[in-house]
Design a protein around this ligand. Sequence first.
Ligand code: 13P
Length: 252
Amino acid sequence: MNRKMMIAGNWKMNGLSAEGIGLAKEIAAKVKQKKRTCEFVVCPPFTLLNLVKKALRGSKIALGAQDCHFAEKGAHTGDISPVMLRDLGCEYVILGHSERRADHKESSALVAKKVEAAHNCWLKTIVCVGETLEQRESGKTIEVCSRQVRESLPEGSRAANVVVAYEPVWAIGTGKTPTPQEVEDVHAAIRQVLAKKIGKSEAAKMRILYGGSVKPANAKEMLTLEDVDGALIGGASLKADDFIAISDNAGC
Ligand code: 13P
């Protein structure tokens, strides 16, 4: 199956205006020199979306946000709706990241509502799943990830509007990673769950990214596996050189 690799940067809660613009421009300049066999996405914090959109003008890099509410508008102080993201020029939104599941007690049911709302206004979603260290150590990795995939994807999820990201919680920002074989096993299990949920042919087309301490040094072994279709990169996406080196090592 020929799935287009995706290299996505999740900037998390990092960057003020000048830095964000500078980083976006640097990434855009470097991506321009590539053959563009991969899809690039950057997901800055809400505060930088507009500035980064302008900095990326003329590039093929897509803009993504890191969360959204499920309502289109209304009395939700401090929240941002999917329609607003669309209005700002976002193409993607990350939903169900483990930091939101932990910090904001987001359940998979809530994530599914957000995913559905995002799809309803033509945003594509990057839906994150992953086990904690405790769950891994008690042998529950595949069970936990499978359940999160089943419960976080609403009706209408298709390869054209959803990218799944497998991010083991214990690998995020720690420098630790699962072995390539462990990653491949989880990705293959996720694809099986997807096949049951959305049908075999859609599941075969849907991209599954790996995220969690992806660096230039481990990108090749993690991102050239059969069922791994790219990376969702945190820390290393804040340095243009590292972000691009990861994509180079992934064959982009
Ligand atoms: P790190 O690459 O910093 O481990 O973060 C991964 C992540 O959470 C991306 O969403």
